[in-house]
Ligand binder design. Structure first.
Ligand code: 8YV
Length: 313
């Protein structure tokens, strides 16, 4: 009998086709009544294909008495209750590695579009202000600027390489020093912010890092400083960030992630000194295909009794 999978996150058609042969798929987003679907298929579900945004809480897992594996489309698994999965012997996989370039490119994109006022410039041209009001205020350069990286993991270290090519001076904060990298380690986050022009948040989400970047860190960056977040909205105290941008205590921000996605606090919308994008760090065709293929590989491996390529350990 084909194993049955509950599919929480809209997958690429390619992934649905690849898995369609060997599995009975229940795409929840196509169900008229998702709760009814869950009740109807609960006892048959052996796998759940979820994502960073959909996650899987302990209570959700417990709808499915025969659940054996959870495969997440994304690298971050802060929305999955890993310890509960472990206690039930449920294998969890994610998609690390394949999205490093895409998310690091997004970090550079936000760094550049914020310093060079690209989104503001676009609004300026479209509103006819160039002809009416003349030149826009000046932006800022990257070359020679100090970039503090919070979390020198796969994505943070790739970003450090890209930013180095832009002649930025890198230093980083994290729970541990990583001597394999040539950048100075700063174990005090407020100090890192004080000594940085721009701060790039790349660390993982979850309880460990909740509101790690609070008012003290934000204000240490200062009125000329900038904060970029490509990690999780939960890492930053969003209310403190908004207040600092409004009052001018922080100069600029570029945000791909928010505390309660897809809700974005209205105050951000009124500010020209912040660039807002809707969690698109991994959203390129190339990256999403690679992520989808890894989802397929993990599910196929698990259900054919082979070791899964990328387990969450
Ligand atoms: C995805 C992500 O957009 O990898 C992650 O952790 O946040 C993103 O790549 C997300 O998993 C889709 O919800």
């Amino acid at each position: 009998m084909k194993p049955e999978l509950l599919v929480m996150h809209p997958q690429l058609q390619r992934t649905m086709d690849d898995l369609g042969d060997g599995f009975i798929m229940h795409p929840i987003w196509k169900a008229e009544d998702p709760d009814k679907l869950i009740k109807d298929v609960a006892a048959n579900i052996r796998g759940i294909a979820t994502s960073g945004s959909k996650g899987a809480s302990a209570a959700f897992m417990d709808h499915f008495p025969n659940l054996e594996m959870i495969d997440s489309f994304g690298v971050g698994y802060d929305s999955i209750d890993i310890s509960h999965a472990k206690s039930r012997g449920i294998v969890v996989t994610n998609t690390p590695g394949v999205l490093v370039e895409g998310v690091a490119e997004m970090g550079m994109t936000l760094l550049l579009s914020t310093t060079r006022r690209v989104a503001e410039g676009d609004r300026y041209v479209r509103a006819g202000r160039w002809a009416k009001d003349g030149d826009m205020p000046l932006g800022r350069s990257l070359a020679g600027k100090r970039l503090g990286i919070v979390g020198l993991g796969d994505i943070g270290s790739r970003l450090a390489e890209l930013a180095s090519a832009f002649k930025m001076k890198i230093s980083y904060y994290g729970p541990n020093e990583k001597p394999a990298y040539p950048y100075p380690y700063q174990p005090n986050l407020v100090k890192l912010a004080q000594d940085s022009d721009y701060l790039m948040i790349c660390c993982k989400g979850g309880e460990e890092t909740r509101k790690l970047v609070g008012a003290d860190v934000i204000e240490a960056l200062g009125p000329e400083g900038m904060l970029i977040n490509i990690s999780r909205g939960t890492v930053v105290d969003e209310a403190a960030l908004l207040a600092a941008l409004q009052s001018g205590k922080l100069g600029f921000a570029g945000l791909d992630v928010f505390e309660k996605e897809p809700q974005v606090p209205a105050g951000f919308m009124e500010l020209d000194n912040v660039v807002l994008v809707p969690h698109i760090g991994s959203a390129t065709t190339e990256t999403r295909i690679a992520m989808g293929d890894l989802v397929t590989e993990n599910i196929r491996a698990y259900f054919s009794g082979k070791p899964v390529p990328t387990p969450v350990t």
